[in-house]
Design a protein around this ligand. Structure first.
Ligand SMILES: Nc1ncnc2c1ncn2[C@@H]1O[C@H](COP(=O)(O)OP(=O)(O)OP(=O)(O)O)[C@@H](O)[C@H]1O
Ligand SMILES: [Mg+2]
Length: 421
């Protein structure tokens, strides 16, 4: 790729150095918006990044107009002055950087300009989503987190279900655990842009000892939670990726995919979306709806290619099974892939849930069970599909499970093979 010319008018120390480290760019830095306008009209730039805020909005708009006239892409930083006009900027299709540290901004600029794939610039993000409630999103998040941790991958789980957290009760997160919503409220009260830097975020992480999994919790136990604006959410995710210490970041999302489109944003920014898919009519309509949104949501980007389906077995007695549903979904959404099949395990889950005084994973209730084996298999598929190399091998099933030969092993991603009897 040839060298790109980038013009920056920024107050951030070290931004030019960070940019040059990350990508093949030639940076011209100017000290004011007037200089930026003069440069844009006199030289050819591929893009400009601006975070100066000591000027009237009129000066910002004047640079934007000059840039548009000369075919220069405009990217903005979220400084307090720019925050006041961020909605107008959004409406004008201008991208605003959700972070404020030099490394984060440089990573964001290179990703926006397509200079490097954002996937290689931080921990992979995997959102667990569905357009319907109660389909097993939180259970799948917990199984993926447990399975990845057992493969030696450090996992951060971000609770994105702000109205009805499933993560808090499932993992027995104490009521006094820090909440990222508190930080957002404090920032707004101080008149600061509600953005997160990796160092601030580190203080909000709750490390859960029994599981070894780290959490960022958003729900505070009250029904009336403050919602996050899109830019705040993006800032949170960017800061989490910027921590650099996690092999995977999992986001448990709520059912309101339109109100909080966290899964769409994850897929758009190079992440993945795991979709639990029970076979019932209402549930499969929900799955199809989500995949449609992914397919059509962003013009020219079929985000269904970033969707990984997990087939959920129905309750005993159901007349429809994953074998009916998988081929239909495969046909309608050829770009998505199937990474596993989770058996129904009511007793196992209930035993873990009701375990008296501590958190227990359903896969520890019976490590030789079909659910435990299906979890390890799903994690293996996930890693193969997204290019993650876990440090530890797949746990072997205990001898009694092999002897029972009850594990279900779906075949390669994208195809479904009936359960072995
Ligand atoms: N494979 C399974 N075997 C047994 N029970 C299951 C299975 N999958 C999900 N459940 C149960 O179904 C209920 C809903 O699951 P879960 O909370 O994971 O769904 P969700 O999609 O996160 O729901 P919400 O939209 O409310 O967040 C839970 O009680 C869970 O234990
Ligand atoms: Mg849930």
């Amino acid at each position: 790729m040839h060298t790109r010319d980038l013009l920056i008018a920024s107050t951030l120390t070290g931004l030019s150095d960070e940019l040059v480290k990350l990508a093949d760019v030639r940076v011209t830095a100017v000290a004011s918006l007037e200089h930026a306008s003069a440069m844009i009209t006199s030289r050819q730039f591929h893009a400009t990044y601006i975070d100066h805020d000591d000027h009237a909005p009129r000066s910002v708009w004047s640079v934007i107009l000059d840039a548009n006239r000369h075919g220069v892409t405009v990217l903005m930083g979220l400084s307090p002055g720019i925050q006041r006009i961020q909605h107008d900027l959004h409406d004008a299709g201008i991208m605003i950087c959700p972070v404020q540290d030099a490394t984060g901004v440089a990573r964001w600029i290179t990703a926006q300009l397509g200079l490097r794939s954002s996937m290689h610039l931080g921990s992979p993000v995997i959102a667990i989503a569905g357009a319907k409630g109660g389909i097993g999103k939180t259970l799948t998040t917990s199984l993926l987190a447990e399975g990845l941790t057992r493969r030696g991958v450090r996992v951060l789980v971000i609770d994105g279900d702000l109205s009805n957290s499933g993560i808090v009760p499932m993992f027995r997160i104490p009521a006094d655990a820090p909440s990222y919503l508190d930080h957002a409220s404090d920032a707004v009260a101080c008149g600061m842009p509600p953005v997160w830097e990796p160092a601030q975020l580190r203080r909000l992480i709750f490390g859960q000892h029994p599981s070894g999994i780290d959490f960022l919790i958003g729900a505070d136990g009250t029904a009336d939670v403050r919602d996050l604006q899109r830019i705040e959410w993006l800032s949170l995710i960017e800061a989490a990726r910027g921590l650099g210490e996690y092999g995977a970041i999992l986001i448990d999302t709520g059912p309101e995919i339109k109100k909080r489109p966290y899964a769409i944003l994850a897929a758009r920014d190079g992440g993945w979306v795991v979709v639990p898919a029970p076979p019932g009519r209402k549930e499969r309509t929900g799955v199809a709806h989500l995949l449609h949104v992914m397919q059509r949501g962003i013009p020219e980007h079929d985000l269904s290619a970033r969707c990984l389906l997990v087939l959920m077995e129905p309750e005993r007695g159901s007349t429809v099974t994953p074998e009916h549903v998988a081929p239909l979904l495969n046909q309608q959404f050829p770009a998505m892939r199937i990474i596993g099949r989770i058996p129904r395990a009511v007793r196992q889950i209930s035993t873990a849930d009701e375990c008296n005084d501590r958190y227990m994973s359903p896969i520890d209730v019976d490590p030789g069970s079909r659910m435990a084996q299906a979890t390890h298999q799903m994690v293996e598929r996930l890693c193969l599909t997204i290019g993650l190399t876990p440090p530890l091998p797949m746990p072997r099933s205990p001898w009694w499970a092999r002897w029972r030969r009850t594990a279900a092993w779906p075949a390669s991603p994208g195809r479904l093979v009936p359960e072995r009897k």
